[in-house]
Design a protein around this ligand. Structure first.
Ligand code: URA
Ligand code: SF4
Length: 479
């Protein structure tokens, strides 16, 4: 029996590739999961047996493995089940030994097991996104946000990218018992795990967060059963707010503006995004429905309703604006007010109808200041944009648009990142994670608000950019 120690997916992949080329059957291998046996001294690779001498292979021979399997295997590798490596190799073997379509056989016991493991990893990753709470500490470099979380599986690696995108402007660390991840504004670094005690416990932010939570907490809305289902008991000790539930139930809600501002930086819509696993497949209608209840930041308090994206669900073009305006807020549909009319006309002038496309906003609630009877537009803050980004991310992930047009700096920053400069990068076509063809232009509201001399030039640029879009779009339709 050959013994292999594996610590991560790349280890397994490398060994599996060699073993497969040498035609070593799954029953001849004992995989040792090095991750789940950290107490035992590491075994040298092939310690008990010399390495299998690779069978002579013609040099051009490659192992043909479906991409879907590689992706699935990588997900499964994050599960803590020690037998996963063996399972993965068995499935790989079967796929390459006459059962090419094995993954399509949903009743096969290996396939069932793989899918169970994959689901558990996805669910755990979702929970991490929803339940990680950062606390602020100040070190020699300034603010540092630290969280400690206990996942069921090794999901920090596959989930870290999510936090990087969401909190790219903060310096942060997420610790788990088995591994930690740090973001310094430039790169993600991974290091060993940390005990709970390493995470700051009682700092300023936590106190503020608790007070905030106590103040916004509405006892009439408490749904203990739903809370328990969504928030497994094991996470309760790391969630500062749970300590206060009894007290909150007794105390009347009382707002503290300053607290709200301070804690707003960790506000996020993420916890309101439906779990794709429970309601698979997640679709735009489900997403829209869930967004109506979002309280991810304080903008929901004064606005009339959530204004979710609108348009054909199979649209290949998406326009992203900033936030709904006064009229959109009342009607619940984006771009129905004056800015929408300007956009509609401009699209019409380049030969299309806005109704063919999907329109949405970077922020889903209207932010305004009252002036007499009027409600005047206020630009959303970076924190509000960050809080709302999960909705836009989820929309774009489902829509997978061929063309993405960002209107104005807010939408552009939500898509291209915080360093985007509209004046410099307007009209440039770029590839982004969200769409192969992404471009930014002025926001129609900005044109409407601009002074006459500026407005003319902005309008020209805007029309020029939309003409560019139309030309490319027309080319793809023709193909
Ligand atoms: N401005 C926007 O950005 N979006 C709307 O929906 C309306 C005006
Ligand atoms: Fe949620 Fe976005 Fe509305 Fe804030 S603006 S409450 S994050 S939908």
């Amino acid at each position: 029996m050959l013994q292999f120690q594996v610590t991560c997916f790349d280890d397994w992949r490398q060994s599996a590739r060699d073993l497969l080329k040498s035609e070593i059957a799954p029953t001849e291998i004992h995989w040792i999961d090095q991750r789940s046996c950290t107490d035992t001294p590491p075994l040298g690779l092939f310690e008990s047996t010399p390495p299998p001498s690779p069978a002579p292979i013609p040099s051009n021979e490659t192992v043909n493995v479906p991409v879907a399997f590689i992706q699935l295997a990588q997900q499964v590798s994050y599960h803590c089940y020690p037998g996963r490596w063996e399972l993965l190799y068995r499935v790989l073997w079967r796929l390459t030994h006459g059962e090419k379509h094995l993954l399509k056989i949903a009743s096969d016991s290996d396939v069932i097991e793989l899918s169970k493991l994959e689901k558990a990893v996805r669910r755990d990753s979702h929970k991490m996104k929803a339940f990680v709470r950062f606390r602020r500490v100040v070190d020699e470099l300034g603010d540092h946000y630290i969280a400690w979380h206990r996942p069921d599986h090794y999901v920090l690696k596959p989930t870290a990218e999510f936090f990087r995108r969401r909190f790219d402007v903060m310096r942060w660390t997420i610790m788990t018992p088995t591994e930690s991840c740090h973001w310094d504004g430039k790169a993600l670094h991974f290091s060993e795990g940390m005990p709970r005690s390493a995470a700051p416990n009682d700092d300023e932010l936590e106190t503020l967060w608790k007070t905030y939570y106590a103040n916004i907490f509405n006892p009439a809305r408490i749904k203990t059963k739903a809370m328990k289902a969504e928030m497994p008991m094991k996470h309760w000790p790391t969630l500062p707010e749970t300590e206060l539930i009894d007290q909150m139930l007794r105390e009347a809600p009382r707002r503290v503006e300053q607290m709200i501002r301070m804690t707003d930086q960790i506000a996020s819509a993420q916890a309101y995004i439906p779990d794709a696993i429970d309601r698979q497949p997640l679709d735009l209608d489900t997403l829209r429905q869930a967004s109506l209840h979002c309280e991810g930041c304080q903008l929901c308090q004064d606005a009339t309703q959530t204004v979710f994206g609108h348009g054909p669900h199979d649209a290949s073009v998406v326009f992203v604006g900033e936030q709904p305006g006064d009229q959109e807020d009342r009607e619940g549909i984006p771009f129905v007010g004056p800015a929408g009319q300007l956009l509609r006309q401009a699209i019409h002038d380049v030969g299309f109808d806005l109704d063919q496309f999907y329109v949405t906003n970077a922020v889903k609630h209207f932010k305004f200041a009252r002036s007499g009877k009027r409600r005047l537009h206020k630009t959303p803050s970076a924190r509000e944009i960050a809080a709302c980004r999960p909705w836009l991310d989820a929309e774009l992930k489902l829509l997978r648009p061929k063309f993405l047009v960002c209107l104005g700096a807010t939408a552009s920053r939500a898509v291209f990142g915080p360093n985007f400069r509209l004046t410099e990068q307007r009209g440039l076509i770029q590839k982004t994670d969200q769409s192969a063809w992404t471009m930014s232009t002025y926001h129609p509201s900005a044109i409407l608000r601009a002074t006459d001399d500026k407005a003319d030039q902005m309008r020209q640029h805007f029309e020029h950019d939309l003409a560019l879009f139309a030309e490319h779009y027309r080319d793809t339709i023709r193909q």
